[in-house]
Design a protein. Sequence first.
Length: 218
Amino acid sequence: MDTPTPVVPDEPVILIDHPRFHQVWASIFIKKLTPDCMTHDCAMVDRTPHLHKLDACCQYGCDVDLFERDAIAAREHTIRPLLRAEIRNAPLFETEIEEDEDYPSGKVVRTAVHDGGCIFLAHDLRGCAIHRASIEQNWDFHGVKPAICRLFPLSYEDDAIVIADEFTEYSCAHVEGPSLYRISRDAIGAIFGPELVTALDVAETQVLGAQPKRLPVL
């Protein structure tokens, strides 16, 4: 296997044995996230004073693979009834389609934004209406809810598993909780397969084994 060039020169990476991904940021195994985002009181910590904004990570909408767009369209009749009346019949996606070879279809479209958030936030509870519909109506959201949302705060680019650029802007990144990897581990397996989880588990052991040992407080 050729040695890949790190995605970011000053971000420590661990090489992994996987057909598609060859490296991972070591920090995904160390940095923490709130254990339950649905009960976390979200704020934008990059603003002074901090801006209170629930579901802040979804405020800009997201990229959706065209396969996922079509899967959402097939479930539209179950998702739209959860949306607020004023946007229940509004377009769910922007019209522009972009090429992106990192996605299965090779193309992506962004979700529409309404009232300072992804259109799928526009209902009477917190979180994604796609995810909510799947729970309330007992259908599988895999392949329907966008993969980029399911992976957050992790992401991927080229041959690397990385941390989403905007992660540190949100208050959920500044509290104690599980590591970013442990939060996203099941989603990684569901999206990319168990082989990647196996490779990342090895990397996790390597990174945590190199961390300084903390003595118990007596």
